[in-house]
Design a protein around this ligand. Structure first.
Ligand SMILES: [Zn+2]
Ligand SMILES: [Zn+2]
Length: 236
């Protein structure tokens, strides 16, 4: 362990943080107190290993009928309160400290990504115009922490979003698929590599699917999605 990390651990131990949600003084190492941590909407129910949607644990019908370009999905949470609020806060208020919180939760979650075989981490690229407006890429900041903690190479330069398109969240499903087609470009030869894609929220999966398709065309052997939160279909 390097000295900086040792110092950080010592610093954290000496200065207990308050919980990010209830402000009780026992924030713990992930930023939440024990009770709030347990109450988070962990995405732990049985789910399709490929797309992360609820299933009996087997590949779901939708993935069987039209298999996505990614091979697996690991979602930390369901996109529900309070994780939706935390993510909005993170994205729009530049609460960058949350990137390290999400990353450490990924690693210490009950179904951890620690045993991953990924050799490369690629964050969802942001178009440079949008990056200028927002000031940071929310996926990249989480990916940076994950790469450091897991000691996996991070590549945030080889894949680019070459077209500026309307935000996916503003569009219905069919238009999301059309909106995102052909927007990514990968300049690196990824022959035979296992790759983890990092993003904050997965809704229809159209962006991650298109990015995975681009990476497979560049030679990637296996692509998995690591997302902080997965939106789930609402029960009727
Ligand atoms: Zn709390
Ligand atoms: Zn599926």
């Amino acid at each position: 362990m390097n000295n900086r990390l040792k110092f950080k651990q010592l610093f954290d131990a000496l200065l207990p943080q308050s919980c990010l949600l209830c402000a009780s003084p026992c924030g713990g190492k992930h930023g939440f107190c024990k009770e709030c941590l347990q109450d988070l909407p962990w995405h732990s129910a049985r789910q399709c290993p490929q797309c992360g949607l609820p299933s009996d644990g087997a590949i779901c019908g939708s993935c069987l009928n039209s298999p996505p370009s990614f091979d697996a999905t690991r979602a930390l949470f369901s996109y529900e309160y309070p994780v939706n609020r935390l993510l909005q806060h993170y994205k729009y208020r530049e609460s960058l400290h949350l990137a390290s919180t999400f990353s450490s939760l990924f690693i210490h979650a009950p179904r951890s990504i620690k045993s991953t075989t990924a050799a490369l981490i690629i964050p969802m690229p942001m178009h440079h115009e949008r990056l200028k407006q927002r000031g940071f890429n929310q996926a990249l900041e989480i990916a940076r922490h994950l790469a450091r903690q897991l000691e996996i190479e991070l590549d945030f330069t080889s894949c680019r979003r070459t077209k500026l398109t309307p935000p996916q969240a503003s569009l219905p499903l069919k238009e999301r698929i059309r909106n995102i087609q052909g927007v990514f470009n990968c300049s690196r030869n990824l022959d035979g590599l296992n790759i983890a894609l990092v993003d904050d929220v997965m809704t229809t999966g159209a962006s991650l699917n298109e990015l995975a398709k681009t990476l497979k065309q560049a030679g990637a052997a296996h692509v998995e999605c690591w997302v902080v939160a997965r939106t789930l279909p609402q029960p009727y």
